[in-house]
Design a protein around this ligand. Structure first.
Ligand SMILES: C[S@@+](CC[C@H](N)C(=O)[O-])C[C@H]1O[C@@H](n2cnc3c(N)ncnc32)[C@H](O)[C@@H]1O
Length: 213
């Protein structure tokens, strides 16, 4: 099994329970705020074609769809289980007319070059087997001058946060094939101009807005 297939099957298994972890009391509130901020950062006017890479259960799809009148949001993932959940959410929230869910591997995307006006991705670049390849593909499918918003986890600064971070990092690697310690911002800087950044929990979570170079 390739690492891509292992990630897909891990998330297929997780898909029925994924939202219950997200709704866990201690993390649900900050997650909601951070995700909302990430969508704000797209600065949508309403006509854009937006790509949500690794949409998972489609948490941010309704929020994006409601900001679009002529535009559309495409949520992609390699896990069919997660994509089913994303589609169910869009149906439940009555936004399916502005939402598509598509099986796509961002390391080798099916979309044409310069196709999307904006790209957004929440907590996905730490799970993609080859993030450098994924960033290259995001750069390719994004229109010139387009922007990409990333919300994800990184290594925190403070001693106390690191104390909590390392056990979380190890369990995320084992159970979620997630690499919380990856330097995604560093990789982004090779192809994008990192125009704006925000850090939460001493850097354990970051939000960046990057413009295509
Ligand atoms: C931690 S989940 C995040 C889901 C969602 N964005 C959220 O915020 O809840 C990571 C998602 O990325 C997807 N993923 C991992 N590698 C991928 C790839 N190469 N292409 C597309 N999606 C991928 C996984 O299947 C999973 O659904």
């Amino acid at each position: 099994m390739s690492s891509r297939e292992k990630v897909a099957s891990r998330y297929d298994i997780w898909s029925p329970f994924y939202d219950s972890v997200d709704n866990f009391p201690l993390i649900s509130r900050p997650q909601k705020v951070w995700r909302g901020r990430s969508v704000d950062m797209l600065e949508l006017e309403g006509h854009e074609l937006v790509l949500d890479v690794g949409t998972g259960s489609g948490y941010i799809l309704p929020d994006i769809a409601r900001r679009l009148n002529e535009g559309r949001v495409v949520g992609t993932d390699i896990s069919e289980g997660m994509l089913r959940k994303a589609k169910e959410r869009a149906e439940r929230e009555n936004v399916l007319d502005r939402v598509s869910t598509v099986k796509d591997d961002i390391e080798n995307s099916r979309f044409g070059s310069e196709h999307f006006d904006r790209i957004i991705t929440n907590f996905t670049f730490t799970t993609i087997p080859d993030p450098e390849k994924a960033i290259k593909e995001c750069h390719r499918v994004l229109k010139n001058g387009g922007s990409m918003v990333i919300l994800d986890t990184g290594k925190p600064e403070g001693f106390l946060s690191r104390f909590f971070f390392y056990p979380m990092m190890v369990s995320a690697k084992i159970f979620g094939r997630t690499h919380m310690d990856r330097d995604i911002i560093g990789l982004m800087e090779k192809r994008f101009h990192v125009a704006y950044r925000e850090y939460y929990m001493q850097g354990m979570v970051y939000l960046v807005n990057c413009v295509k170079k």
